[in-house]
Ligand binder design. Structure first.
Ligand code: ADP
Length: 238
């Protein structure tokens, strides 16, 4: 079977942000185009937060052109998270998904995912995975890397190759049946069943995370009843 993801790979030594670059080329690029950079000078998280992206990590974005609407955006994020969890598994690392857009190992963040796009035109799926890169001092308490976990450097090219294969598989699964992605995330999401604190613009919310529904929203049971949380809105803390 022909792969969709990785049909074209653009390798850059340095870029502002692979997501920004991918958005610039998306209108004239085929679906499955991948942008990989040695480092990002303006790597970003949600809502303009910074993503540290020094040399040695895997900083990449994929251009996707699925015929889907805004309601499917969370599922595109999940495709990234699932593919990263499976990739880490290949290296003997057990990881879990922190809804909605992070992958964690042993209580620390190893990967962040950021989707952006133009509705009806394209979606850019950005993945930042700490591989051999140094973790900045201020993030040492909450972040980790494959190198720190394994105690050795890993072949970045091999990580990319495995990740592209896994992304392709999950993307096909999503195109066939979006709910397969949701059920897979539920199995790997360590937030479910836990008490979480939600940091929102308007304040904070405490509750028990009980489910992820068909739209990808996290269902929280609070003292005032059940609440649906959407990707983009919130950051979870334990
Ligand atoms: P969150 O999901 O934590 O609310 P984002 O998804 O927007 O936040 O990711 C940005 C945050 O991730 C930053 O504010 C910082 O705390 C953390 N971070 C930045 N760079 C890295 C990195 N290379 N590895 C792990 N965590 C990082």
């Amino acid at each position: 079977m022909e792969h969709i993801i990785g049909i074209r790979i653009i390798n850059l030594d340095e870029v502002d942000s692979t997501n920004e670059y991918a958005k610039r080329i998306a209108p004239s690029s085929p679906e499955g185009t991948v942008v990989v950079a040695g480092k990002q000078t303006l790597g970003k998280g949600r809502r303009g937060r910074k993503w540290a992206s020094p040399e040695g990590g895997l900083w990449m974005s994929v251009v996707l052109k699925p015929e889907v609407d805004a309601a499917d955006m969370p599922k595109i994020v999940f495709i990234g998270a699932l593919a990263v969890v499976d990739t880490l598994q290949e290296f003997g690392i057990r990881a879990g998904i922190k809804w909605p857009n992070d992958v964690w190992v042993d209580g620390r963040k190893i990967c962040g995912i950021l989707t952006e796009g133009k509705l009806g035109k394209f979606v850019v799926l950005g993945i930042g995975l700490n591989v051999n890169n140094e973790i900045p001092e201020e993030l040492k308490e909450m972040a980790t890397s494959m190198k720190l976990i394994l105690g050795r450097e890993v072949d970045l090219g091999r990580v990319l190759k495995i990740l592209l294969g896994n992304l392709d598989r999950w993307y096909r699964s999503f195109l066939k049946d979006g709910s397969s992605v949701i059920s897979a995330v539920k199995e790997r999401c360590f937030v479910l069943g836990r008490r979480v604190r939600v940091v929102e613009d308007g304040g904070e919310l405490i509750g028990q995370a009980v489910d992820i529904d068909e739209s990808g929203a996290l269902i929280l049971e609070t003292s005032k009843g059940s609440v649906r949380l959407f990707y983009g809105d919130v950051s979870l803390r334990f």
